[in-house]
Each structure stands twice: as C-alpha cells, then as structure tokens.
Design a binder for this molecule. Structure first.
Ligand SMILES: Cc1cc2nc3c(=O)[nH]c(=O)nc-3n(C[C@H](O)[C@H](O)[C@H](O)COP(=O)(O)OP(=O)(O)OC[C@H]3O[C@@H](n4cnc5c(N)ncnc54)[C@H](O)[C@@H]3O)c2cc1C
Length: 502
C-alpha cells in the first residue's frame, strides 16, 4: 500500500521539497512506513534527480561508491560501483515508478517562502507553479532541497573574461552543443568536477590542462568493485548488497579515521600511488597539497583515468595563479601563458540553506545561523520541519536514509498520539558548548560557514559526522526524549522565538 496522494482538500500531512536523492528517499520511506499520510514532493525542475539532472558535463559521475550512495532499501545492480549520471537517474526513476511515488510529485513548482502559523499549527508555503502562484498548507515540511545554489555557482571573479575570444563554460550549466573536438582546453579547478572533466574531455580535445591554485589529495580505485560483483553472482541480491555496504562503510570509516590519526601514513600511501601511476610525469608541486588528506574531501580517480590521460600526453596539471584571462587564453602570475580555445571554470558551488526559501515563524524570519541542529535534521525552536544535509566524509544517502526513517517514526508517533506539533525546545539560558563537526577546510564550506546552523558537543544538538555511531544513536535514542516538545494542539512558539520577535 502507498501513502495517500494529496487531493487538494485541507492541509497536507507532509510536503517534501526536492525530488533528488533526499526527496525521493523520503518519499520511498513515506510509502513504506506512513501509508496513510498525505504528502506531495515539490520540485522546481522538470524531472527527478536534482544534482544528477542538473550536472551534464562530460564524464559526470559519482565520486563515492553507489553501494552507499544508493539507498539502504534498494540494491544497486550495475556492474560499475562508481556510476555515471545517467545510471543514477535511471536508479531514481525506477524507484519512483516501482514504489508509486511519481503521482505525488509536482514538477516546475518552486517553494519561495514558508511561514509557520502557530495558532493553526501549520506551515503555509508560497509556491510558484506552472499555473501561477499558490499557497499550500502542510503540517510538516521535509527539505530535500540539497545544499547549493542552483542558479548561481561560485564566481571566482577572474578578471578579463569578456576579452576571451573562445568559449567559457561553467560545469553547472553545460551547453548541449559544445563541440571541443580537437580544441585546446583549460579547466580551472582541482576538485571532484575538475578531475572528472579533464580525462573525459581529453578523449576528444587536442589537449586539456588542469589549472589549479592548490593541489588536491587524489586516490585511485577501480570503478568496478570486484568483490561486490562476485557477491552479486553467488548470493541473493539483497544479502550481497548488504555485505558490500558493510564492507564499504567499514573501509571508508577506517580510511577517514586513519587520515585523521596518522595523516603522515596516509599522505605517504597516496603519494606513492600517484607516483607509481604517473611515472616520469609525477611532480611533487602538482600533487602535494598543503593540508592533510580528508581535511578536504579526497578526490577519487576511477581506474586512474586522470593519470592515464596525463601519461598519454593528452592532459597535464599546472599549479599557478591566474593574473587574467585575455583573448587567447590565461595569463599566469608566473609569467607563463596558457593558450585555450575553451575554458572550463570548475571553481565550485555556492552553498545555500533550505532551498533559498524565505522561512519565518509567525512572520519572524528564520536566521538558520542562530539555530542549533537537533538530531542532525531538525532545528532548535523550529516546529515540524526537518532537512537533509549528507555526510562530508561518507556518502550523502547514508544520512538521508537515517533521517527519513527518523522523521517517518516521528510522524507515526504524532499520528498515534494525536499530536499536532513537535518542537526541539532550546531555552535561551542553555549551557550547550558550541562545536564544529565540519572541521573541513573545503572552500565552499568556509565561504558559507556564517549561514550554517550551529552545532554543540552534545549528540542531540549536532550534525555529527560518524555514520556508524549516528545510525545506532538515531535508532536507539527515544523520539520522545524530553527535549522534543510534543503538543496535542497548536501551541505558542517557544519563549525564545517570541522574545527574538520583540
Ligand atoms: C557534481 C556532483 C557530484 C556529487 N557526487 C557525490 C558523490 O559521489 N557522493 C556523495 O555522497 N555526494 C555527492 N555529491 C553531493 C550530492 O549533491 C548529493 O550526493 C545528492 O545528490 C544530494 O541530493 P539531494 O536530493 O539532497 O539534493 P539535490 O540533488 O541538490 O536535489 C535538490 C532538489 O531540490 C530542488 N529544490 C531546491 N530548492 C527548491 C525549492 N525552493 N523549491 C522546489 N524545489 C527545490 C532542486 O531543484 C533539486 O531537484 C555530488 C554533488 C555534485 C554537485
């Protein structure tokens, strides 16, 4: 049986914002765990997939394995564990169709604003739909709206763009008809996107240079997981998937902890691997970052594809600073000039909170940076709202799965006890000790830190970054924990919110 499709009569039980991995994952949990709840999934785009629909640059692929970027409830069946964008979309589409989710989705529907009306115990969402603006009422909001700005990627403010005679492309808005066959390409950046696009473009371009200001730690591993494929051949599909997930989660956790406790050992291992893959093409300047592995996300090089392109003379890496773009390419501060027909600015994302929706509580705007995370998905003194922010040191979906399960259990408990409002109440005179589970130096996080909710050392009030511990904790810690205020009827907002409004 599936959850009820909203028919427009009265408030909905849940509105899920976003039809990407997080939104589809929550919808699948609703279908399985909350069959009587009326919900809709709203997405401003025209199809399922979010990130995997938006990004269409050559070679677009996951940089974590699909046995953990896949959902706990749906085995990943492809041979390749490091998957391309289209096969991730196919996986999400199949889940939406097989589980009866698609009739709940409203595409081309952007949530602009949301106000909690405490006297009615409801969220009112202002929504742009293909038929014009609408107001939708819902008891609970679930944000699967991702973590970055779909309209404005990070602008690295490189001077001289207007002077360039060739084409400048941003990976977030890849033109359908870009033909770079036989052309000279410079890709600016050194993150996951740059290391993906460089070998993919090198297959057709005359030559591709990856121009970086700072090197990134890279690790090569096979795109096909031999153990996973063997297990799938000899065991029932679901068991094989569970074992592969267990293996990958354990390995990821071990590597991360090793990088944090013995960075010297991990640096030596990665350096040796890169040296052996590049041979004479290795240069310490281009492959030795000034930070420790996992201070920023490790860049995955599937089957050593970037290193193979460099060895074949089709690609190279330059570490330098940009002075300006000119008519024929890029002038570097060292005096060197890189000629280019096409420049790809893989300079990163702009992080945003809550899908850029202007949220308020009884008309008072919410400033997320003044709220603490609660149970890694709700926020101090904000009723009936949860959001997904995946792991930085593991696959995003591991967190999305835990949170969907938690929120569905919360919704069921509220239905069983006839409760209207769930608010994680944090008094103004709390004694929480602020902490930073995001001790990552990645540029996109550093740039957005002032917007992000607060974290404390107390497990309840943080977005913890340890999947194995978090999964057990979220399952075992009671929902009715004495902190989450559960009201049977619409209730006044916590005193702290009222005081902030005065
Ligand atoms: C190129 C790239 C590669 C990545 N690779 C990996 C990886 O290998 N492993 C990993 O763990 N993570 C990876 N990530 C992070 C990745 O974004 C997540 O894994 C995951 O796809 C996020 O899913 P999501 O559903 O939370 O958000 P998104 O995929 O961003 O989807 C959000 C959806 O919400 C919609 N939306 C947003 N705001 C509104 C609004 N106001 N109204 C209506 N709709 C709205 C958007 O249109 C979108 O469809 C990658 C990110 C990028 C950019």
């Amino acid at each position: 049986m599936g959850a009820g499709v909203a028919n427009g009569d009265g408030p909905l039980d849940v509105i899920i914002v976003g039809a990407g991995i997080s939104g589809i994952g929550m919808a699948a949990h609703m279908q399985a765990m909350c069959p009587d709840q009326r919900y809709l999934v709203l997405d401003r785009r025209e199809r399922i997939g979010g990130t995997w629909d938006l990004f269409r640059y050559p070679g677009v692929r996951s940089d974590s394995d699909m046995h953990t970027l896949g959902f706990v409830f749906e085995p990943w069946r492809h041979e390749k564990s490091i998957a391309d964008g289209p096969s991730i979309l196919e996986y999400l589409d199949r889940i939406a169709d097989e589980r009866g989710i698609r009739p709940h989705i409203r595409f081309g529907t952007q949530v602009i604003a949301g106000n909690w009306d405490s006297s009615a115990g409801l969220w009112r969402l202002e929504v742009d739909t293909p038929e014009g603006p609408r107001t939708l009422e819902t008891r609970f909001v679930y944000l699967g709206s991702g973590y970055y700005d779909y309209d404005d990627p990070y602008d690295a403010q490189i001077p001289g763009k207007a002077d360039f005679a060739g084409q400048i492309v941003h990976p977030q808005f890849w033109p359908d008809n870009l033909d770079y066959t036989g052309k000279t390409v410079v890709v600016i950046g050194s993150g996951a996107t740059a290391v993906t696009v460089v070998p993919a473009m090198a297959a057709k371009a005359a030559h591709v240079t990856m121009l970086q200001r700072t090197p990134t730690w890279m690790a090569s591993r096979p795109a096909r997981d031999g153990i996973a494929n063997f297990l799938r051949r000899v065991l029932p599909e679901k068991l094989a998937y569970r074992l592969t997930r267990y293996k990958n989660i354990t390995m990821q956790s071990l590597v991360f902890h090793r990088a944090r406790t013995r960075p010297d050992k991990v640096k030596a291992f990665l350096t040796k691997q890169t040296q052996s893959m590049l041979g004479d093409h290795y240069s310490a300047t281009d492959f030795t970052p000034p930070y420790d592995p996992w201070d920023q996300r490790l860049c995955l090089i599937p089957d050593g594809d970037l290193f193979a392109a460099i060895r074949a003379g089709k690609a190279n890496v330059v570490t330098d600073h940009i002075d300006r773009i000119d008519a024929t390419g890029i002038q570097l501060t060292s005096g060197r000039h890189l000629d280019a027909d096409v420049i790809v600015t893989a300079t990163g994302l702009t992080m945003t909170m809550a899908g850029k929706i202007a949220f308020s509580l009884d008309g008072v705007p919410i400033d997320w940076s003044q709220h603490y995370y609660y149970k890694a998905c709700m926020f101090s003194n904000v009723p009936n709202l949860a959001a997904v922010f995946g792991y930085l040191n593991a696959s995003w979906t591991l967190r999305a799965d835990i949170i969907s399960d938690y929120v569905c259990r919360l919704i069921n408990l509220m239905a069983e006890r006839n409760l209207a409002v769930a608010t994680p109440v944090l008094p103004a005179d709390h004694d929480l000790v602020e902490d930073d589970p995001f001790d990552f130096s990645s540029g996109y996080i550093a740039r957005a830190r002032h917007l992000l909710p607060k974290n404390a050392s107390d497990m309840r009030w943080r977005l913890n970054q340890d999947y194995v511990r978090d999964r057990a904790w979220m399952k075992n810690d009671p929902i009715d924990d004495g902190v989450l205020r559960l009201d049977p009827a619409p209730a006044a907002l916590p005193q702290e919110v009222l005081e902030a409004a005065e």
